[in-house]
Design a protein around this ligand. Structure first.
Ligand SMILES: Nc1nc2c(ncn2[C@@H]2O[C@H](COP(=O)(O)OP(=O)(O)OP(=O)(O)O)[C@@H](O)[C@H]2O)c(=O)[nH]1
Length: 494
């Protein structure tokens, strides 16, 4: 495989790994994110919000049941009825009675309105006369004409700086069953508002009450959704279009809606005592922020792991490629360059020498009668001699020289900055050393001689021509008896 092709294969492998790692990690993270998100959503819709509704509802009931009992007791009180039937002579006993009730039961206000005189009595004395023409007094005439014995009404208390108050309005009858007035107590919604605020702050939910006509009647101190205030209708609050679209009229149930692109979960519960709907609302954003952060963290870790894996694979393949490239240019038996490796370096050396006009010599070395050595001592013995001879050669060369196993028992040397006379000296040295060397193998000291063809690079020479001349010189060395060095100086005829 060429270097280019192997580079392409490497990039392909890295690309594939990148896709697999990033794709795999991202898919796992997203699936786990989506599973967690679904389970969180389920939890919010099925457990969290209904639980908040339950808690607020039971708190409201706690606040309401006691005053209903007190108001009921007041409506049956014989003092109150006797005092009315006796003609409401003196305000003082009635005022004292109402003050007693208020202080003893911890009510915010207590009151009695007489049907006969339309006088509004409360703990501090006579407040006013109720009139059908006064919008604030309409409630009295409504209670007078209604069927049920009492109603719960949330209104502003005029006697107490218009504080938002829950009134229990109980009808009072004389002993013959004639309607004689309305009595009861009022309590502020402070406790409920506090509870709402507590839930809003602690759990990041919006809690508010809406009446049957879509009007927001009670919110925490900071207001309702998107800062809506009591008195506004839901449809008048900008941003709640999607909610109003899904829930045109209040109705119990669980809903999901969008507000300026943000998801909301909503639980609506009817409070029969108040005839209100309790809305408990939670942002998807706040609920899912944690797992979204976990998702980002996971994706970051995935990215890091992918980068590390890719870097490791890149380095490993790079080293492997280098190893393969080295193997492709190295002779396995001797560890010298093979022809391919030689060609890469030799071309360069020839060009350099010609450019710098420096001498360069080539030696083509062949072991004599090597076939005979193989035949006599075996192929392994031949291998051992080749290895030993290669070592000898290397020990005689400089770092800059190029050495190669040309094939079989043939070697080639390119000696940089070396003219033919120096090259001849080196060739002689190699020849002599080889002749005098012993290559031990299986208890036998093997001997071998070399024939060497020598030539020097000419101007305008090519690597092929240089080698051809060296080969010719070697041929002559073989022909003239072996174990000798021959030089070829003349250009060969083609
Ligand atoms: N052991 C061993 N033998 C090899 C290797 N490569 C080539 N040969 C042998 O080297 C021998 C070369 O034989 P020839 O080309 O006839 O040359 P020679 O016997 O050396 O004779 P001259 O070169 O004429 O002196 C052959 O028998 C090849 O099989 C090798 O890697 N290991």
């Amino acid at each position: 495989m060429s270097l280019r092709a192997s580079r392409k294969a490497q990039l392909l492998l890295l690309g594939l790994l990148l896709v697999l790692l990033v794709g795999g990690f991202a898919a796992t993270s997203l699936v786990s994110y989506s599973t967690s998100r679904d389970s969180i959503r389920q939890n919010i819709v099925n457990t969290e919000l209904p639980l908040t509704s339950d808690n607020i509802y039971s708190e409201i009931q706690k606040d309401l049941i006691r005053p209903i009992l007190i108001s009921s007791m007041m409506s049956r009180d014989t003092f109150l009825r006797d005092w009315v039937l006796a003609g409401e002579q003196d305000d003082e006993p009635m005022t004292r009675y109402l003050r007693e009730v208020q202080e003893h039961y911890g009510a915010y206000t207590s009151f009695f309105i007489s049907e006969k005189t339309h006088t509004y009595y409360q703990a501090k004395g006579v407040l006013k006369q109720v009139s059908e023409k006064e919008p604030r007094d309409i409630w009295y005439f409504r209670v007078r004409d209604m069927q049920p014995l009492y109603e719960i009404n949330v209104d502003l208390d005029m006697a107490n700086r218009d504080t938002m108050t829950i009134f229990i309005n109980y009808k009072v009858f004389d002993y013959q069953g004639n309607f004689i007035g309305v009595t009861g107590v009022g309590l502020t919604v402070d406790a409920v508002v506090k509870l709402i605020d507590d839930y809003q702050q602690r759990y990041g939910r919006s809690v508010y009450f809406v009446d049957k006509n879509d009007k927001i009647v009670l919110t925490g101190v900071t207001g309702g959704p998107l800062g809506a205030r009591a008195g506004q209708t839901l449809s008048a609050v900008p941003g709640l279009e999607s909610l109003v679209h899904k829930l045109p009229k209040p109705q119990s149930g669980s809903y999901e809606y969008q507000e300026h692109g943000r998801g909301h979960f909503l639980n609506v519960r009817y409070i029969p005592e108040l005839e209100w709907y309790l809305f408990v609302d939670k942002h998807e954003e706040s609920a899912l922020a944690d797992i979204r952060h976990i998702l980002y963290f996971n994706l970051l870790v995935c990215l890091l792991v992918s980068v590390i894996v890719l870097a490791v694979v890149y380095l490993a393949t790079q080293r492997y490629q280098q190893h393969i490239a080295a193997l492709a240019t190295t002779d396995v038996l001797t560890g010298l360059s093979n022809r391919r490796g030689f060609n890469l370096l030799a071309q360069q050396a020839v060009l350099e020498a010609q450019r710098e006009r420096s001498p360069l010599s080539a030696l083509l070395i062949d072991l004599d009668h090597f076939k005979q050595l193989n035949d006599t001592h075996g192929h392994l013995a031949g291998d051992e001699v080749l290895r030993g001879f290669a070592k000898h050669l290397q020990s005689n060369l400089r770092q800059s020289d190029i050495i190669c196993r040309w094939g079989g028992e043939e070697f080639i040397l390119l000696l940089k900055d070396t003219g033919s006379s120096t090259a001849r000296q080196l060739a002689e040295k190699i020849r002599e050393q080889t002749e005098n060397s012993r290559f031990p193998f299986a208890g036998v000291n093997l001997q071998v001689t070399t024939s060497i063809g020598l030539t020097e690079l000419h101007d305008d020479d090519s690597l092929d021509r240089l080698i051809a001349r060296a080969d010719h010189a070697l041929y002559r060395a073989k022909q003239s008896g072996r174990n000798r060095v021959c030089e070829e100086t003349y250009e060969l005829r083609p």
